[in-house]
Design a protein around this ligand. Sequence first.
Ligand code: ADP
Length: 371
Amino acid sequence: RRSVTPTSRIPYSNPEFQQDGGRVRVAVRVRPRNAEDLISDSDYGDSVEVQPELKRLKLRKNNWMSESYRFDEIFTETASQNRVYQVVAKPVVESVLNGYNGTVMAYGQTGTGKTYTLGRLGYDDASERGIMVRALEDIISSTAPACDIVEVSYLQLYMESIQDLLAPEKTNILIHEDSKTGEVSLPGASVVRIKDLDHFLQLLQIGEANRHAANTNLNTESSRSHAILMVFVRRSVQEKSTDEITSQEKAFRNVLPIIQRSKLLIVDLAGSERVDKSGSEGHLLEEAKFINLSLTSLGKCINALAENSPHIPTRDSKLTRLLRDSFGGTARTSLIITIGPSARHYAETSSTIMFGQRAMKIVNTVKLKEE
Ligand code: ADP
């Protein structure tokens, strides 16, 4: 059996990739108001004015309004989980099923819906299911249980240390990068073959419980770490591009099907709120430095991707090293920016929107104009 890594497939072009130039797709999701927002809104109003049909939004503060910013999609407070999945994640999942690596990430202030969007289990109500469950549902139903393999690892990255959420005794897992293929792997992490969707739901639940327990031990909050679900898909496929191979080779390949390997990463990032370094000391200060390191280096990589730069600076943090082969090249990346609806979120919303705009390659500075 021959195996083809996504890297060795680069000469066969990915049509989806060519279509949008490999640009990171960026969607904004506005969280519905909660009780706290409703109280504060009577004083301050909205943080943004959205024009979903134009895929634009403006930042708003009191009587001031920014210029309008365009995104690939804007989800208002009423957008369903299914719609968010279909627009943001499904193209990435399809690309992974076709043998390319891909990433879906959520970036935003704590409490704006990153975990709801990605990790919601929806045990009681399947319509509430988040992207992780929907992606696995699609992957499981598109693969053949007899010959294809779907496996997952579930990890937490906290202060540049990787912990296994499926086997919490495994801490400080090291990243291995194959010098020839560029393939990134975690030899020490547990990899579980998924039997069916229920099995995956159980694993996610175990992972969440382990994450909670680990963070209690470390005396921190889940919002201070990144949660990373890795999905490995191995499919038995027939060679697609037969033009340049001889009939002898063709016969050989027909007997021995190619094993197509690809990987999907779903990343629930640490809260993007700026940690007040001046007020922090000791452990909190160290924690803040690490969160800033990984989010800043992620930002640099996204900017490099947005500018079509040949060099993506993934070396600077473990987060970006993990993303290295799932990012750029032929890989497809979607970013969901989550924001709070209320003006009390204005400062964080504004910096989150600017992060998303840089990823859209439309570098703007916020200029507030009087209405
Ligand atoms: P984060 O992961 O960004 O810290 P959460 O996903 O935990 O935020 O969301 C904070 C709270 O808001 C949770 O109680 C969550 O259920 C709720 N929430 C977030 N987004 C939505 C949404 N689109 N619809 C309904 N509830 C939401």
